[in-house]
Design a protein around this ligand. Structure first.
Ligand code: G6P
Length: 611
């Protein structure tokens, strides 16, 4: 977790890194800090809380003027989120400082060894060992970059690390393994960042550093090499989107903006990838011939958080349309479970960020077992994009709100395309395929219709905003949507919420139901409608406050519900793309009415790059 920004150039570094850091706040916001070299001395400023707190505490510009700086926004792993544990961390002499994203697994051993050599530690973090380790190597005669190289050879774990030292005040050293790090090339200035969104207003020319590559950035240029000093030829990429994509515009929160972007982002997911007359879809980057795909007899969909809920929906879709058995599993379980991967198993990892630590570990485990692993990701150049054997981008654009919304519907869109594509190779007729494609093409317009109900959903939110618990029910494809609705509510409003398959309610959750419990049920008129209607009668009999997501014109549900949100019809397989929208809006409005920081909920982070 955490976000890093470094700058070296001719301009005043502090305002640049602080502004850039704010764009990385989605990665963590427990504390932040900056280190720079002012009048030959290393100066470090840190503060607990959000970056605004750091900004308020900074001395006046003339006292901290510098054109070289590193900065960090933290999501705490080792050690409380306080000022002492905030980055940058300095060595004993206060002449070098580091910022780190990742986890140093052998830090206890290293800390003990360094303490035995006389190093004094002041924080509880794993990261601080890096500063002392580099200091130790520099004190035995190594240059700054060689000291970093030697240190990385003894460190176990993951890191994106940037080092500044007053001993070599005209350079920054950056190195990565397992956590992202990007070099931005400006006009006589250079940037180092965890994510291009932080520096896009300054430059679109970037280099995605690869694992175990080290970059020395001077005022006049940069060199990339391996830990063994082999020179690496830089591959410069040009970012193809601009700042407007990551600004809130007139929306109160990024989450609301991203919910409202879904008609466009869903369309971006399928544009150019569907063929209505052939009733099929095409996904370019799978790197598998039709012949190879036809041999697939089993699919694994592996992901975390909201992406896992998309995977569950993908399972229903692929099994229904392509009749291929699909196993969906949390990456954190899969990676340690010794999963059975047969010769004809195809593995997909699904990750908005492409950087989630458990998902990466699961991908590598599946690859180690000989599987072909394809990625479904949003972030171009992310680790999933680079290390998978192929895959596809969801094209949702930058997602800043910590609670994922548009990435979810884009992932489901891609899984629908995959299901149709595989279906057409197996049992699906052209006529049926065309019906699915046509229905998919109509989804953006229908999402737009649902978004128009935002104000009335806010009124419903008003009525449940003081609840302590909520139960979400759904069946079939809408069971994962119930899970997602509950996750949205709990992560941003801090109301405890559970998603359940409606029929399972009688095996436990029904005991919780009383007149104070809001039950949010997805009860669309599909083949399971009668079943869920009976479940909801049971809920009603226990006096729960029933809120239903229902098909337009369903008067029966209105009779037993406190509130009904009507949505347009689509084919059952695509319903999740519609049913999830009111649940996203409901969670958003509840959180906003409770006065919670919607885009940066407590204890969470956008991408969890630690185990
Ligand atoms: C975090 C985020 C979630 C996200 C999950 C998986 O928990 O807060 O919104 O769904 O990570 O992230 P990924 O980037 O792998 O989809």
């Amino acid at each position: 977790m955490c976000g890093i920004v470094g700058y070296i150039g001719n301009r005043s570094a502090l305002p640049i890194v602080v502004e850039a850091l704010k764009r990385l706040e989605y990665r963590g916001y427990d504390s932040s800090g900056v280190a720079l070299i002012h009048e030959g001395e290393l100066a470090i400023y840190k503060k607990e809380g959000k970056i605004i707190e750091l900004e308020r505490s900074l001395p006046e510009p003339s006292k901290c003027d510098s054109n070289i700086a590193i900065s960090h926004t933290r999501w705490a792993t080792h050690g409380e989120p306080n000022e002492l544990n905030a980055h940058p961390h300095a060595d004993c002499s206060g002449s070098l400082a580091i910022v780190h994203n990742g986890i140093i697994e052998n830090y206890k051993l290293l800390r003990k060894q360094l303490q035995d050599l006389g190093h004094k530690f002041i924080s509880e973090t794993d990261s601080e060992v890096l500063a002392h380790l580099i200091e130790q190597f520099m004190s035995s005669g190594f240059s700054m970059e060689d000291a970093v190289r030697e240190s990385m050879k003894v460190v176990e774990g993951t890191y994106a690390l940037v080092v500044i030292s007053k001993a070599e005040p005209d350079k920054l050293v950056a190195v990565r393994k397992g956590s992202p790090l990007i070099i931005g090339i400006g006009d006589n200035e250079y940037f180092i960042t965890s994510d291009v969104s932080a520096i896009i207003i300054h430059t679109k020319r970037v280099i995605y550093l690869q694992d175990s590559e080290l970059c020395v950035v001077h005022r006049a240029g940069f060199e990339i090499s391996t830990l063994d000093k082999a020179t690496v030829k830089p591959k410069i990429s040009v970012v193809d989107w601009d700042i407007s994509a990551i600004e809130k515009g007139d929306y109160k929160h990024f989450m609301l903006k991203e919910i409202f972007e879904q008609p466009i982002t869903i369309e971006n997911g399928f544009r150019g990838r569907i063929n209505e007359s052939m009733g099929t879809a095409r996904l370019g980057g799978l790197n598998l011939s039709g012949f190879e795909l036809k041999k697939v007899k089993q699919i694994h969909l592996i992901a975390c958080g909201t992406s896992f809920h998309a995977a569950l929906i993908g399972k229903y879709m692929i099994e229904e349309m392509a009749r291929i058995p699909v196993h969906a599993e949390y990456a954190s379980e899969y990676r340690y479970r010794n999963p059975i991967i047969l010769e004809d198993t195809l593995v997909f990892v699904i990750s908005q960020s492409g950087e989630t630590a458990d998902t990466l570990a699961a991908m590598r485990e599946a690859q180690a077992k000989g599987a072909k692993v394809l990625g479904i990701t949003n972030v171009v150049g992310s680790t999933v994009a680079r290390e998978s054997d192929g895959g596809t981008y969801i094209h949702a654009g930058s997602e800043i709100g910590v609670a994922s919304t548009k990435a979810f519907t884009s992932q489901v869109t891609i899984l629908a395309l995959l299901a149709i594509y595989l279906g057409r190779m197996n049992h699906l007729s052209a006529i049926k395929g065309s019906k699915y494609i046509k229905a998919l093409a109509e989804i953006p317009g229908k999402v737009q219709q649902i978004l128009a109900h935002s104000d009335s959903i806010r009124k419903i939110a008003e009525s449940i905003k003081d609840s302590s618990n909520a139960l979400y029910l759904g069946r079939g494809l809408n069971y994962p949507v119930a899970l997602e609705g509950a996750l949205k509510l709990k992560e941003i409003s801090y109301i405890h919420a559970e998603g359940y398959p409606a029929a399972e309610m009688k095996h436990g959750p029904i005991a919780l139901i009383d007149e104070n419990m809001p039950v949010i049920a997805i009860a669309i008129q599909d083949p399971l409608y009668d079943k869920i209607y009976s479940n909801l009668q049971e809920v009603r009999a226990r006096k729960a406050r029933l809120i239903c997501i229902a098909s337009e014109g369903d008067v029966e549900l209105a009779k037993i519900s406190e509130n009904v949100i009507y949505i347009p019809d689509t084919i059952p397989c695509l319903q999740p793309l519609l049913t999830v929208i009111p649940l996203q809006l409901l969670a958003y409005h509840v959180a906003d009415l409770r006065g919670v920081d919607v885009d940066q909920p407590r204890n969470l982070a956008k991408s969890v790059t630690v185990e």
